[in-house]
Design a protein around this ligand. Structure first.
Ligand code: FES
Ligand SMILES: [Fe+2]
Length: 358
């Protein structure tokens, strides 16, 4: 059994390297899967990711700057293009092949800068996450967030796979009210090729105050509320939560105007085995919202995440003190267990592949 506190991540996968708006001509240093990476945007506007280490004297390239030719090392001016080729050495015409450095394949779309950390021969574009709502500012205005967390990435994924924590961790915010009603909501779980999917239904309930505020439900109205989450290995959870007035047939069709509707992309890219970068895109699908409403919603969700983070970071610290000690599974852990089994299978398959290749 791999150690929960330090579960490694599979290398042959796409990881969120940054949000698009973070990648500019100013080089950005970020550690991803224990590797030092520099991200930058060249003069043509193309995002690139290289190892953050100059081939000349091992200076971090993130100390350099982008020029017409590419990323120029801040020490003696060696310059690299987005493919990692050394394209310029001051005062010298010939460029030895060993001057080239590692480049990470990059795909930029829908506000994400995705990085492939494994073998370029094994790139699989079909495993890129599709999140089209980031490109639909009219119907799904978005706010982007990122937090640095001192915990293994899977603790973040597992937190989202078990919403029975809401009335406990979030008792002062979104989890107030009917504690057992929320814990006992109907939950339909199914395994998928890349992880696990679940949806929880709460029919004919009183909407929480945040929903009333955002969607403008009438006084005393009852709603059918859903929470849909999907874990897509290795680092993504896709969320769609919302509510429609009871009687509007939410179970048959959730794509109706009005009501409360919120989508959140969650991604936890490992920084090291015991820390990660938590990326989230919050898309507000409620009608009639202003920029100020979107900011307010983002702030509320940010504050809710801070409550989770306090727990998962302390959980990490506790796990590290005795990582081999067994833990107990309970009924509500089923989706979480599927998620962990999926990632453990991926990690095991990759290490078996590495052993076979030796
Ligand atoms: S260390 Fe980069 S150019 Fe010398
Ligand atoms: Fe939470």
């Amino acid at each position: 059994m791999p150690n929960i506190a330090t579960l490694p991540a599979p290398r042959n996968a796409w990881y969120v390297g940054a949000w698009s708006h973070e990648v500019t001509e100013k080089p950005l240093a970020r550690t991803i899967l224990n590797e030092k990476v520099v991200l930058f945007r060249d003069r043509e506007g193309k995002a690139a990711a290289l190892e953050d280490r100059c081939s000349h004297r091992a200076t971090p390239l993130s100390l350099g700057e982008v020029t017409e030719r590419g990323l120029e090392c801040g020490y003696h001016g060696l310059t690299f293009n987005g493919d990692g080729d050394c394209v310029f050495i001051p005062g010298q015409d010939s460029i030895p092949p060993q001057a080239c450095i590692r480049a990470y394949p990059v795909v930029e779309r829908q506000g994400f800068v995705w990085l492939w950390t494994g073998d370029p021969e094994r790139i699989d574009d079909a495993t890129l996450i599709d999140w089209p709502w980031n490109d639909d500012a009219e119907n799904w205005p978005v706010r982007y967030g990122r937090m640095h967390l001192k915990c293994n990435y899977m603790l973040v994924m597992e937190n989202l796979m078990d919403l029975t924590h809401i009335p406990y961790i979030h008792r002062k915010t979104i989890g107030g009210g009917d504690q057992m009603g929320q814990v006992n909501a109907e939950m339909i779980t199914k395994r998928t090729e890349m992880g696990v999917h679940y949806i929880r239904w709460m029919d004919g309930i009183q909407p929480p105050p945040t929903y009333v505020k955002a969607a403008g439900f009438a006084e005393g109205v009852k709603v059918d509320r859903w929470q849909e989450f999907e874990y897509v290995a290795p680092i993504t959870v896709l969320q769609w939560t919302g509510a429609l007035e009871n009687g509007r047939g939410a179970r048959q069709n959730r794509n109706q105007d009005g009501g409360f509707s919120l989508r959140i992309y969650h991604g936890a890219t490992p920084e090291t085995d015991t820390s990660c970068h938590y990326y989230f895109a919050i898309n507000n699908g409620c009608m009639a919202r202003s920029e100020a409403d979107n900011d307010k919603l983002f702030e509320e969700i940010w504050n809710t995440f801070l409550e989770d983070i306090d727990f998962v970071e302390r959980q990490q610290a506790c796990l590290e003190t005795d990582p081999e000690r067994p833990l107990v599974d309970i009924k509500h852990d089923s989706a979480r267990i599927h998620a962990r089994r999926k990632i453990e299978r991926m990690v095991a398959a990759e290490s078996a592949m590495a052993v076979a290749a030796e």
